[in-house]
Ligand binder design. Sequence first.
Ligand code: NAD
Length: 280
Amino acid sequence: MIALSTAAQPQGTGSIPLTADQPQAAALPLAGLRGLIVGVANEHSIAWGCARQMQAQGARLVLSCLNEKARPHVAPLAEAIDAPLLSCDVSQPGQMEAMVRHALEHLGGLDFVVHAIAWAPADDLHGRVIDSSPEGFNQAMRISCHSFSELARLCEPALARQGGTLLTLSYLGAEGVVPHYGLMGPVKAALEALVRYMAVELGPQGVRVHALSPGPVPTRAASGLVAFDQLMAHASSSAPLRRLVTLDEIGACAAFLVGPGATGMTGQTIFVDAGVHALR
Ligand code: NAD
């Protein structure tokens, strides 16, 4: 059983009673939308925060995890929201193509894609940026940044049919130096620039592109950063809202961006970080 906070409930369903001839699905903001969510590792993943909010708001989803080793951690989550689970390592030739093909077969089309993956070799991540190896830097860029454009190219024909949204995940370290964020800073900066270029290239077809930039949340990827606990403690004490954000808040913001309320927006990096970005 998955516990959803009240933030998961669509606005208005508490106060406006539904009649028998108004099916509940019609009241949900994402009813009728189909999405592919890439990057679920476990119940702490931001991708999972997005998936459970989007499903609660009426979307039909396909989830993807890295490989067979990850599957046992993700399968119960996928089952709980009735979503098929695929696997895809974006660094392996052909795997993204297969994932998109299977997602389209399952869903019969695609209205949005969430790209919630990042990776860098530990040695390159933990050292100075100027000491990073060309191989490590390239791998981090390939997996954490360029894969978003590859995914966009593969999904373009489906998304362009009736308009759609591509969403990726960034972090404040793209805009300014965050201690210990290391080479992921330049990688996320490139990702945010990529979002703007993709928005211009895909906008004429009605495809919108955004980066969502959350404050720190304890996930497996985050645990790979040195002094991440200190980063969270500092964010929580200095944030205008004096706290960290939750997975539900990140997911709700992602759901808004792929939904009908955001159809006039594209090419943005949206912060959901309890206001920390305002301190820069
Ligand atoms: P997570 O560990 O739950 O998710 C990262 C995912 O990336 C995992 O599912 C992992 O399997 C996947 N991945 C790594 N290499 C891959 C590859 N070669 N092919 C396919 N998938 C691969 O951690 P998370 O924090 O939920 O990370 C999701 C996104 O959110 C990342 O882009 C991260 O940079 C971003 N983000 C995280 C935070 C935070 O504080 N946790 C803050 C801002 C942004």
